[in-house]
Design a protein around this ligand. Sequence first.
Ligand code: ADP
Length: 221
Amino acid sequence: MIPGARLILLGRQGAGKGTQCVRISRHFVVPHISTGDILRAAVRERTELGAIAKRVMDAGGLVGDEIMVGLVKERLNRDDARTRGYILDGFPRTVGQAVALDEITASRPIDVVLDLDVPRLLVLERITARRVCRDCGTNYVADHHERSPWICEVCGGEVMQRDDDTTEAINCRLDLYEEQTSPLIEFYGRHGRLAVIDGVGSPDDVFVRLITAVDDARRPG
Ligand code: ADP
């Protein structure tokens, strides 16, 4: 395994991107850059960006390209990302963001774009059961009867359903994914930088598929 990498993980909401990104970031020793986490932190800190983001996120919409590109550009310019690389989670989400990212990374291009493929029906089930720690972001799966919040095993924070994980907001986000984000599969496919990974299976099996795809893409020759 070669440490360091510049990676993008695409996939529908609920495909398991967040959990897999954490593992990939540890494996290749690169920062995990999640635009959803950056926006949620801004909401918690009640910044100006947070106020804009909260309205959009609760409705299941997308924050504007200009804001998102600015945030990511600033993050990729920090030392850790410049020297080691990164795994991008939740960005790009539109062709406009992908074109801007190509410009930002022109001198150090992305190694491989991974598309974690999970069918829509399956992700709907998974998101409905998703619970997240409000403090550290660890994901949990609730069984059908569990309604009340519980305590995070990692940090002791409160584990809740995300405000934007309502049925309406989820359907809205999945529609937006088909409209705005799925064209990226063709965009990156055309440039020969795409690896489509079957995201159905145990988290361990899917993780092995992902890192194997990265190693294959970076093998010389
Ligand atoms: P999910 O993939 O489940 O929608 P994320 O944590 O990736 O969750 O994002 C949560 C919300 O943050 C999105 O629904 C959207 O409103 C906003 N967001 C995150 N990343 C982007 C992005 N690249 N462009 C526009 N909006 C974004």
